[in-house]
Design a protein around this ligand. Sequence first.
Ligand code: DGJ
Length: 726
Amino acid sequence: MNRIKVKDNIFYIETAASCYVFGIWHGFAEHLYYGAKIPFSDVDVLKEKRSVILVNTLYPADDPTYSIDCKAFEFSLPGRGDSRSSSICLNCDKDPFDFVFDTYYLNSPSDQSPMPLPRKYDESLRVRFVDRIHEGVTLDLVYLVSYDDDVIARYSELYNGGNANIEILKFDSAQTDMLSANKKLVTFHGAWGREMSAVHEKLTAGKYTHGSYSGMSSAECNPLFFVADAGADEDDKEVYGFNLMYSASHEISAEVTPYGGLRILHGLQSENLRYTLRPQQKFTTPCSLSTYSGSGFNKASQNFHDFVRRSVVEQKDVPVMLNTWEAVYFGMDEKKMRTLADKAAQCGFECLVIDDGWFKGRNDDTTSLGDWYEDKKKFPSGLKDLSAYFAEKGLVTGIWIEPEMISEDSDLYREHPDYALKTEGLRKIVGRGQYVLDMTDKRVQRHVEDSVARLVEEYGAGYVKWDFNRRFAETDCTKGSGYFYDYVKGLYSVLARLNKRFPDLIIENCASGGGRFDLGMAYYTACGWASDNTNPLSRAEIQQGVSYGYPVSFTLCHVAASPGHQTMRTSELKDRINTAFFGVFGVQADITKMSDEETDMLKKEISDYKRCRKLLMSSDVYRIMTGEDGYRVTQTLSNDGKRGFLYLMREKFYTDTQLPVIKLKGLKKDSLYSISGQVAEVTASGETFMRAGLILPQNYQGAGRTDQTLMLTDSGTLLLEIKVKE
Ligand code: DGJ
């Protein structure tokens, strides 16, 4: 359909609502525009018009009006007149690099990568630059367009066709130069148990950098971020969203330039990067994604949701699951598992996940990682037998594994101490009593693949929870942080082989909760555990953070016990259930200890959830309140605009206060809708619910109540259903 058009070396990439334009001048790839769609026929007017030299800037010798410092570029290297941060830094025999435009290819069959790329896209453009100093060295910028989702994916490739090693010191996945500043940067910070907290930073002067340096995409800084007009909100003004399809350390930087522009860089962690590219080798950056919305954050998030569902995650039906972790921790045995299975089947669960503690000698977290064989003391009849029992009850067997890890006290370590990442002579650095395996080693890759395959082939697992609970310390010093790139390359190759071998297997992505909740892992797994923290108050914030970039169909949400094990906060079962509804639903608590009343509530919830999950998984999500006045309100709406849900979390109760009026979003203005659930049915047109809003019944105000009074106190929630009245 010609989504990519070219005219006089000006490249125009269009999506449904945006376009991205750059061209070639003086051999540079000059960025011209990214934003709301404008016609291709107008691209000539985008060129900056300058007739005299800016006093203090550098320019190519044959064109004094071309002030390099003021231009926007697709990539920049040091030593070429651009004094802002570079996206690529290379070293080879001390000579600089001087890449100039050579040629371009449309829809080239060589658009491939050892890193995950979108499964689907409409068209691609590959623009080649050759180095004038080192013969045979080329740099390709590759753009993949997903028209309907308004997403452009980008990556770069450096090919060393020369005869000397090239040292890569920095190699970002994307440089996005914006011609105007006055923007804010939104990144997602946190730590274990409080992942994905949105932080808005007004960009004024200088450079703001954030990222992860632990080897993982991390709970501390997710690779998702946004650059938006300073006044942008959920529904208004221009917002640019970015993410990486990558699971290791990464960096985000936003630099306000002295000439009124903004340079956005993101990609691999550049700190301590030393990666040697030998002759005839190619280095491909992780894939960067960008989306544009002219109407606030909600639309940018919806673009990402559509794209992730269509082009990142291989969609599989994730079952409603009961997970044993917070139910029994390491104290599991065959009998307990059968009792849990009996009750799980009665409640309507579809899968029982046997979490940590099932393998040889694993009674706490100090031993046994690597010995992925059933513990005969706990399971005398064996896991195969247990799995057959689960199947009789209609339950898929899920098994937890942390295959990239090893405990010193394990048979694997006694046999293969060299599999672990440990450097002799250094003081020991341990995390949770364990070490990371060297996934760059082919023998280790085979061990990991075989271990997971055994869960499926011998123990009958149809679901595998893949965990990763410590970060890196000792790595190969010759590569510095480049080691993490090779590590995930090894990891991805194993995951790809397993997916091919077991196409029906569902893999859950977990890393102490959301330590590796990213689109690299999402490419190989069906769902992700966003946080170990299941307390509704914390969880409402975490899930809203997640919703900025990741769809509900990828986000596992569990009901756990009260008081919550991470926060010690008490909460009502209803509020835990309502909160877990906005994702892939599950429970991790000892359901055999639930009262009859609680069991009935859970059964009803599971059956309601099953009734509408298909719709929920593909619905659009709208954030309505994101913490303002202590409320978090999220709404979903099906693609045909006919059905949705509304979730409200009241963080704190104050006497004598009214609940907010909720202005719904996306409804068809002329259709008649009914809203019901924990409140009596209200009927009105879409227009009224969007403009005047939903007026909720009076909430308890500290004294006096009737049957109609809502009782939303601390962490109180509402879950309402929205339906078109046919
Ligand atoms: C960390 C995970 O996030 C938990 O859900 C659980 O699987 C434990 N690991 C088990 O060790």
